[in-house]
Write a protein that binds this ligand. Structure first.
Ligand code: DGI
Ligand code: FE
Ligand code: FE
Length: 199
């Protein structure tokens, strides 16, 4: 497990100030969610580690992402390449493993932080949600999902509330991509359908 202060310093060197501020805000949101979901101290630290590492390759261009993936031995699919905004999750997960020796729980959560996946763990879901609703996000969809989670859904049991919030997030992401004429990664659709069926 990485020491969080040392990790924060290392990650600061890789990100511009905007992305670093977002990263710290995801970390803080994760800590708040960890408390709400009563995570153990160890899982809380791991979730903060995942937050600090989740966007570490976000600044790279598509060609650089592809090269990095090749160096790290990851095969990108055509679907990945068609949705380039999703590549940093795949390369970020590999980077967390190779450069930061992160454990599987951390790399797995980073790998699905953009598209989600079927049958996400609580750990995966908390990183995904924190990334979507951290308070520096001003995008309308983010504000709506934050309001749903912290205000409109509070009467529901916690797990149900989390799943319903994620479903809303996927719905809004998919609708936004359609509106902008961008491709939807099949993984995003699978994540949405899985939540629809299982919550
Ligand atoms: O990296 P962040 O900006 O913090 O957040 P993120 O990793 O959730 O990435 C958000 C971006 O990814 C946003 O531009 C929408 C895009 N995205 C999410 N799902 C898909 C997608 N883009 C495509 N083309 N297809 C998807 O399924
Ligand atoms: Fe991201
Ligand atoms: Fe992010």
């Amino acid at each position: 497990m990485n020491d969080l202060t040392a990790l924060e310093e290392r990650i600061a060197k890789r990100l511009d100030s905007f992305r670093f501020a977002h990263t710290l805000s995801v970390r803080d949101e994760c800590l708040q969610l960890a408390e709400l979901f009563e995570l153990s101290e160890r899982d809380t630290t791991l979730l903060a580690e995942a937050a600090l590492l989740h966007d570490s390759t976000k600044a790279l261009q598509i060609a650089e992402q592809a090269t990095l993936a090749q160096i790290l031995g990851i095969e990108l699919t055509q679907d990945d390449l068609d949705s380039p905004a999703t590549l940093h999750a795949i390369t970020g997960a590999a980077m967390a493993r190779v450069d930061f020796d992160a454990p599987v729980a951390v790399t797995a959560a980073i790998a699905c932080h953009t598209t989600g996946k079927e049958n996400m763990t609580l750990f995966d879901k908390l990183l995904f949600l924190a990334d979507y609703i951290e308070p520096t996000r001003k995008f309308e969809d983010c504000i709506r999902v934050r309001r749903y989670f912290y205000e409109e859904s509070v009467d529901q049991p916690l797990e149900k509330r989390l799943n319903a919030t994620l479903l809303l997030a996927f719905d809004l992401t998919i609708a936004g991509l359609i509106e902008e004429g961008r491709p939807i990664h099949p993984q995003t659709i699978k994540s949405r359908n899985f939540l629809l069926k299982n919550s």
